[in-house]
Ligand binder design. Structure first.
Ligand code: GAP
Length: 462
C-alpha cells in the first residue's frame, strides 16, 4: 500500500468509528481536545471485551498471576525514584516557519535515519545536524527546525497541594500503570500466597503529554494499559522472558489477528538496566508499529524503590534459605492500540452487485453486540411483541440489540458495520409455524430454525 492508500484505509476506519458509535473525538462540541478520544456505545463494548480477554488470559487462566487495581495518583516520590521526573522525555523540536511542535526522533525515523527517544539531547541533535536536509515539516514542508530539547511527558496536577504555586511540587497522573504494581509488590506478597515466580496484572489509565498525536487512537494523551509484571529469581529472567514472548504472541492470534500482520522488533538501544526488550508490532494502516512491549527489566524497578523508600523489598525464599530482589519480566499492552489493530484486521469492503457491503468481521467473543433481534415489520404489533419476547430472553445471556427501524436489508447492513455475528428476524412464519430466521454476518446466509431451539442454536455458536 502506498501512503495515499494507507491514509484511505485509516480514514475509512475513523469514519466508521464515528458513524457507528465506536470512537468520538473528545469535547467535539467545543472544537475537540487534541489527542484525547471517547469510546462510544459500541466502542466501550469492544474495549471491554478486549480487556475481558486479556484479564482472563492473564489472571483467571494463570495460577501464578494475581490482579490489582492501584490508584491513578501516587506519591510523587514514586515518579522521582523510578526516574520519570528526570528522564521520561521525548526530543521536542519546533518548525521555525509554521511553529509546529514535533518529535525529532519521529521526523528522523520517517526520513529513514535511525534515532530513538532514549537518546540524549546531544546524541539526537548530532544525528539531526548530519541529516538536516532530509527532514521536512509534515505541516508546511519547510526544513528549518530548532535544536531538540528533552520534553518531559509526565502530566502534572495540583492534587492535594493547596499552596498557590503547586507547580514547584506537583503530583503526577501516572505515566504507566506498572509503578502501582511495584509499589504494591510487598503488599501482595504479604497478603496472599504467591511464591516466586509470580505475576501481578493490572488494567488502567495512563497519561502522557505526547508531543505529536497523530494516527487516531494509536497515540493519545490519555490511554489505557494492560500490564503484567512477572517476578522471578535472578538468573531465571531469560527463561521466563521467552515464555512470555510466546504467550503474548499467541494472545493476538487468539483475537483473530493474522500472524503475517505481526512482527517482532528487537530493541538495539537498551536502557542501561534492561536485559532484553522486544516489541510486538502490528501492521496498522500506517505501517508496522508497536502494539505491546515485552521487556526483561532486571532488578531495576524494585531496587530503586527499595532504595528510595527505605523498605526492604527482598524476597525470602524459605525453602532454599535465599534472599534476593526479584527480577522482572514485563508485558505491557495498550487497550487503544489493540482496539485499532482488531478494527484494522476486521474491516472489509465487499462488492455485492452494484453495491459495497462494509463489514467488521470481528471474532464473536469481541463483537460488541452478539445478536440483533428484528421484527420483520414495525407496524405489526404481534410481530413487535413476539420479537421483544425473544430479545428479553436472549439478553439475559448475551449482549443483544433490538431494532425495528427501516427495511430489513438496511438493518442487516447496519449490524454488519457494527460487527454483529447474528441477526434474528421474527416474521409471520414465527407466528404461524413457530419458525424464526437467523442471518449470519460473514456468509449472509439465512436459515430458518425452530423458535424453541433458538437458545440452543446460539449456545452452540456464541
Ligand atoms: N511500563 C512500560 C511502558 O509503559 P511503553 O512502551 O511506554 O512501556 C506500553 O508503553 C504500551 O502502552 C505500548 O506498547 C502501547 O500499546 C501503549 N501506549 C504507550 N503510549 C501510548 C499512547 N500515548 N497512546 C496509546 N497507547 C500507548
Amino acid at each position: 500500500m502506498n501512503k495515499k492508500e494507507q491514509n484511505n484505509v485509516l480514514e475509512k476506519i475513523v469514519s466508521l468509528c464515528k458513524r457507528r458509535g465506536f470512537v468520538f473525538p473528545s469535547s467535539e462540541i467545543y472544537d475537540g481536545f487534541t489527542a484525547v478520544y471517547d469510546f462510544g456505545p459500541y466502542g466501550v463494548e469492544l474495549a471491554n471485551n478486549i480487556k475481558k480477554e486479556w484479564w482472563k488470559a492473564m489472571t483467571q487462566l494463570r495460577d501464578d498471576v494475581v490482579g490489582l487495581d492501584s490508584a491513578i495518583f501516587m506519591s510523587p516520590k514514586i515518579w522521582q525514584a523510578s526516574g520519570h521526573v528526570k528522564g521520561f522525555s521525548d526530543p521536542l523540536t519546533e518548525c521555525r516557519k509554521c511553529h509546529s511542535r514535533l518529535r525529532l526522533d519521529s521526523l528522523l525515523e520517517e526520513a529513514g535515519v535511525f534515532a530513538d527517544e532514549k537518546m540524549s539531547e546531544e546524541e539526537i541533535n548530532e544525528i539531526f545536524e548530519k541529516n538536516k536536509e532530509k527532514i521536512k515539516c509534515p505541516t508546511c514542508g519547510a526544513n528549518d527546525f530548532t535544536p531538540a530539547k528533552n520534553f518531559n511527558l509526565l502530566v502534572q496536577s495540583n492534587l492535594g497541594n493547596f499552596t498557590g504555586d503547586w507547580t514547584k511540587e506537583p503530583t503526577y497522573l501516572r505515566g504507566e500503570t506498572c509503578q502501582g504494581i511495584y509499589s504494591n509488590y510487598k503488599n501482595v506478597l504479604d497478603s496472599t500466597r504467591v511464591k516466586i515466580p509470580f505475576g501481578i496484572a493490572q488494567i488502567g489509565k495512563a497519561f502522557r503529554n505526547e508531543i505529536t498525536a497523530r494516527q487516531f487512537i494509536f497515540r493519545t494523551r490519555e490511554f489505557e494499559q494492560m500490564e503484567m509484571q512477572y517476578f522471578v529469581k535472578p538468573g531465571d529472567d531469560m527463561k521466563y522472558f521467552e515464555q512470555w514472548r510466546d504467550i503474548r504472541w499467541q494472545f493476538y492470534l487468539s483475537l483473530g489477528i493474522k500472524e503475517e500482520n505481526l512482527q517482532w522488533h528487537k530493541h538495539e538501544n537498551l536502557v542501561f538496566y534492561a536485559k532484553e526488550a522486544y516489541d510486538i508490532e502490528y501492521k496498522f494502516p500506517f505501517g508496522f508499529k508497536e502494539l505491546e512491549g515485552v521487556h526483561a527489566r532486571g532488578d531495576y524497578d524494585l531496587s530503586v524503590h527499595a532504595k528510595a523508600s527505605g523498605i526492604d523489598l527482598n524476597y525470602l525464599d524459605q525453602a532454599n534459605n535465599e534472599k534476593y530482589i526479584p527480577h522482572i519480566v514485563e508485558t505491557s499492552a495498550g487497550v487503544g492500540r489493540t482496539f485499532l489493530a482488531v478494527l484494522t484486521e476486521s474491516y472489509r469492503e465487499e462488492k455485492i452487485a452494484d453495491d459495497v457491503r462494509t463489514v467488521l468481521a470481528l471474532p464473536v467473543k469481541l463483537a460488541p453486540i452478539k445478536i440483533a433481534v428484528f421484527p420483520l415489520l414495525k407496524n405489526k404489533p404481534e410481530l413487535v411483541t413476539k420479537a421483544k419476547e425473544f430479545f428479553d430472553d436472549l439478553k439475559q445471556d448475551w449482549r443483544c440489540e433490538f431494532d425495528d427501524n427501516g427495511n430489513i436489508g438496511k438493518r442487516y447492513r447496519r449490524q454488519d458495520e457494527i460487527g454483529t455475528p447474528y441477526c434474528l428476524t421474527i416474521d409471520f412464519d414465527t407466528l404461524e409455524k413457530g419458525l424464526v430466521t437467523v442471518r449470519d454476518r460473514d456468509t449472509m446466509e439465512q436459515v430458518q430454525i425452530k423458535a424453541d431451539e433458538v437458545k440452543k442454536y446460539f449456545q452452540e455458536r456464541l
